[in-house]
Design a protein around this ligand. Structure first.
Ligand code: GAR
Length: 189
Protein backbone atom coordinates (compact mmCIF):
# COMPACT_ATOMS: atom_id res chain seq x y z
CA UNK A 1 0.00 0.00 0.00
CA UNK A 2 1.46 3.33 -1.10
CA UNK A 3 1.06 6.10 1.52
CA UNK A 4 0.33 9.41 -0.13
CA UNK A 5 0.19 13.00 1.10
CA UNK A 6 -1.69 15.33 -1.27
CA UNK A 7 -1.08 19.10 -1.29
CA UNK A 8 -3.79 21.41 -2.65
CA UNK A 9 -4.64 25.11 -2.84
CA UNK A 10 -8.15 25.13 -4.31
CA UNK A 11 -11.31 23.14 -4.85
CA UNK A 12 -9.55 19.80 -4.79
CA UNK A 13 -11.43 17.89 -7.49
CA UNK A 14 -8.28 15.91 -8.28
CA UNK A 15 -7.90 15.16 -4.58
CA UNK A 16 -11.53 14.00 -4.46
CA UNK A 17 -10.90 11.63 -7.36
CA UNK A 18 -7.95 10.11 -5.47
CA UNK A 19 -9.95 9.82 -2.24
CA UNK A 20 -12.81 8.07 -4.08
CA UNK A 21 -10.40 5.70 -5.85
CA UNK A 22 -8.72 4.85 -2.54
CA UNK A 23 -12.07 3.79 -1.09
CA UNK A 24 -11.80 0.70 -3.27
CA UNK A 25 -9.78 -1.90 -1.33
CA UNK A 26 -8.23 -3.03 -4.62
CA UNK A 27 -6.71 0.42 -5.22
CA UNK A 28 -3.20 0.08 -3.70
CA UNK A 29 -3.03 3.61 -2.29
CA UNK A 30 -3.85 5.20 1.07
CA UNK A 31 -4.22 8.97 1.30
CA UNK A 32 -2.70 9.61 4.73
CA UNK A 33 -3.00 13.40 4.85
CA UNK A 34 -3.94 16.48 2.84
CA UNK A 35 -2.10 19.76 3.24
CA UNK A 36 -2.59 23.27 1.94
CA UNK A 37 -1.03 26.72 1.94
CA UNK A 38 -4.43 28.26 2.75
CA UNK A 39 -7.90 27.44 4.05
CA UNK A 40 -8.71 25.79 0.71
CA UNK A 41 -12.26 24.59 0.08
CA UNK A 42 -10.88 21.23 -1.07
CA UNK A 43 -9.83 20.42 2.51
CA UNK A 44 -13.51 19.61 3.10
CA UNK A 45 -13.13 16.52 0.91
CA UNK A 46 -10.37 15.24 3.18
CA UNK A 47 -12.47 15.90 6.26
CA UNK A 48 -15.43 14.01 4.76
CA UNK A 49 -13.15 11.05 4.11
CA UNK A 50 -11.72 11.38 7.65
CA UNK A 51 -8.23 12.07 6.38
CA UNK A 52 -5.89 14.30 8.45
CA UNK A 53 -5.39 17.85 7.17
CA UNK A 54 -2.88 20.61 7.83
CA UNK A 55 -2.57 24.21 6.67
CA UNK A 56 0.78 26.04 6.56
CA UNK A 57 0.30 29.61 5.35
CA UNK A 58 3.36 31.40 3.94
CA UNK A 59 2.09 34.74 5.31
CA UNK A 60 2.80 33.51 8.82
CA UNK A 61 6.53 33.18 8.19
CA UNK A 62 9.23 35.78 7.70
CA UNK A 63 10.80 33.87 4.80
CA UNK A 64 9.96 31.19 2.28
CA UNK A 65 12.50 28.72 3.63
CA UNK A 66 10.95 28.79 7.09
CA UNK A 67 7.56 28.18 5.52
CA UNK A 68 9.00 25.32 3.48
CA UNK A 69 10.61 23.74 6.55
CA UNK A 70 7.33 23.81 8.46
CA UNK A 71 5.43 22.41 5.51
CA UNK A 72 8.11 19.72 5.19
CA UNK A 73 7.80 18.74 8.88
CA UNK A 74 4.04 18.44 8.50
CA UNK A 75 4.40 16.21 5.44
CA UNK A 76 7.18 14.06 6.95
CA UNK A 77 5.07 13.53 10.07
CA UNK A 78 2.81 11.33 7.91
CA UNK A 79 5.76 9.35 6.45
CA UNK A 80 4.47 9.29 2.87
CA UNK A 81 5.91 7.13 0.10
CA UNK A 82 4.73 9.76 -2.39
CA UNK A 83 3.72 13.42 -2.28
CA UNK A 84 1.21 14.59 -4.90
CA UNK A 85 0.77 18.25 -5.80
CA UNK A 86 -2.84 18.43 -7.04
CA UNK A 87 -3.55 22.08 -7.70
CA UNK A 88 -0.96 23.28 -5.16
CA UNK A 89 -0.23 26.80 -6.40
CA UNK A 90 2.88 27.77 -4.43
CA UNK A 91 6.43 27.17 -5.57
CA UNK A 92 8.21 24.90 -3.12
CA UNK A 93 11.68 25.79 -1.85
CA UNK A 94 14.52 23.56 -3.03
CA UNK A 95 15.00 22.20 0.50
CA UNK A 96 11.47 20.77 0.33
CA UNK A 97 11.88 19.34 -3.17
CA UNK A 98 15.21 17.67 -2.36
CA UNK A 99 13.61 15.85 0.61
CA UNK A 100 11.56 13.70 -1.82
CA UNK A 101 13.81 12.51 -4.65
CA UNK A 102 11.61 10.66 -7.16
CA UNK A 103 8.72 10.84 -4.69
CA UNK A 104 7.20 14.23 -5.49
CA UNK A 105 4.85 14.62 -8.48
CA UNK A 106 2.68 17.42 -9.84
CA UNK A 107 -0.26 17.57 -12.18
CA UNK A 108 -0.35 20.52 -14.56
CA UNK A 109 -3.03 21.64 -17.08
CA UNK A 110 -0.92 21.89 -20.25
CA UNK A 111 1.36 19.81 -22.40
CA UNK A 112 4.66 20.78 -20.77
CA UNK A 113 7.06 22.30 -21.68
CA UNK A 114 4.31 24.45 -23.22
CA UNK A 115 2.54 26.90 -20.89
CA UNK A 116 4.34 26.52 -17.57
CA UNK A 117 3.18 28.46 -14.53
CA UNK A 118 -0.02 29.39 -12.75
CA UNK A 119 -2.13 30.39 -15.79
CA UNK A 120 -1.51 27.52 -18.18
CA UNK A 121 -5.08 27.29 -19.50
CA UNK A 122 -5.41 31.06 -20.08
CA UNK A 123 -1.97 31.17 -21.70
CA UNK A 124 -2.85 28.34 -24.12
CA UNK A 125 -6.02 30.18 -25.19
CA UNK A 126 -4.22 33.52 -25.53
CA UNK A 127 -1.51 31.89 -27.64
CA UNK A 128 -4.19 30.61 -30.03
CA UNK A 129 -3.22 26.99 -29.41
CA UNK A 130 -5.45 24.37 -31.04
CA UNK A 131 -4.50 21.66 -28.57
CA UNK A 132 -3.44 21.45 -24.96
CA UNK A 133 -3.77 18.84 -22.27
CA UNK A 134 -2.43 17.59 -18.98
CA UNK A 135 1.03 16.63 -17.81
CA UNK A 136 1.93 14.63 -14.73
CA UNK A 137 5.59 15.10 -13.93
CA UNK A 138 8.23 14.75 -11.24
CA UNK A 139 8.91 18.01 -9.43
CA UNK A 140 12.42 19.43 -9.56
CA UNK A 141 13.79 22.75 -8.32
CA UNK A 142 12.42 24.63 -11.36
CA UNK A 143 8.85 25.66 -12.14
CA UNK A 144 7.11 22.89 -14.11
CA UNK A 145 10.45 21.68 -15.49
CA UNK A 146 10.71 18.19 -13.96
CA UNK A 147 10.77 14.95 -15.93
CA UNK A 148 7.45 14.13 -17.59
CA UNK A 149 5.76 10.90 -16.46
CA UNK A 150 2.68 11.00 -18.69
CA UNK A 151 0.72 13.43 -20.87
CA UNK A 152 -2.73 13.42 -22.41
CA UNK A 153 -3.84 15.75 -25.16
CA UNK A 154 -7.16 17.48 -25.70
CA UNK A 155 -8.33 19.59 -28.66
CA UNK A 156 -9.30 23.19 -27.91
CA UNK A 157 -12.81 24.04 -29.11
CA UNK A 158 -13.02 27.39 -30.90
CA UNK A 159 -14.64 30.04 -28.70
CA UNK A 160 -14.57 28.17 -25.42
CA UNK A 161 -13.78 30.08 -22.24
CA UNK A 162 -10.85 29.49 -19.90
CA UNK A 163 -13.26 28.00 -17.37
CA UNK A 164 -14.87 25.64 -19.90
CA UNK A 165 -11.53 24.45 -21.21
CA UNK A 166 -10.12 23.97 -17.70
CA UNK A 167 -13.16 21.90 -16.72
CA UNK A 168 -12.67 19.67 -19.78
CA UNK A 169 -8.96 19.33 -18.98
CA UNK A 170 -9.79 18.40 -15.40
CA UNK A 171 -12.13 15.72 -16.71
CA UNK A 172 -9.20 13.83 -18.21
CA UNK A 173 -6.73 14.97 -15.56
CA UNK A 174 -8.53 13.32 -12.66
CA UNK A 175 -8.60 9.91 -14.37
CA UNK A 176 -4.98 10.21 -15.47
CA UNK A 177 -3.84 11.14 -11.97
CA UNK A 178 -5.73 8.23 -10.37
CA UNK A 179 -4.19 5.83 -12.90
CA UNK A 180 -0.68 7.26 -12.60
CA UNK A 181 -0.63 7.07 -8.81
CA UNK A 182 -1.86 3.47 -9.09
CA UNK A 183 0.96 2.66 -11.54
CA UNK A 184 3.50 4.17 -9.13
CA UNK A 185 2.04 2.08 -6.28
CA UNK A 186 2.35 -1.05 -8.41
CA UNK A 187 5.97 -0.23 -9.24
CA UNK A 188 5.16 0.11 -12.93
CA UNK A 189 6.43 3.70 -12.98
C1 GAR B 1 -5.68 21.37 -11.84
O1 GAR B 1 -6.11 21.53 -13.18
C2 GAR B 1 -4.16 21.37 -11.79
O2 GAR B 1 -3.55 20.83 -12.92
C3 GAR B 1 -3.88 22.85 -11.69
O3 GAR B 1 -4.85 23.32 -10.79
C4 GAR B 1 -6.06 22.56 -10.98
C5 GAR B 1 -6.58 22.16 -9.63
O4 GAR B 1 -7.89 21.70 -9.73
N1 GAR B 1 -2.55 23.08 -11.25
C6 GAR B 1 -1.79 24.06 -11.71
O5 GAR B 1 -2.17 24.90 -12.51
C7 GAR B 1 -0.38 24.08 -11.17
N2 GAR B 1 0.45 24.94 -11.93
P1 GAR B 1 -8.60 21.00 -8.50
O6 GAR B 1 -8.36 21.89 -7.26
O7 GAR B 1 -10.03 20.94 -8.86
O8 GAR B 1 -8.00 19.64 -8.32
Amino acid sequence: MLSVVVLISGGGSNLLALLKAAENPLYPVKIVAVGSDKDATGLEHAELFEVDTFVVEPERFTDRDQWGQTLLSNVLHHQPDLVVLAGFMKILPESFVSAFPGKLINTHPSLLPEFKGAHAVRDALQAGATRTGVTIHYVDAGVDTGEVIVQQEIAIVAGESEEQLHERIKGIERALLVKTVEQIALGKI
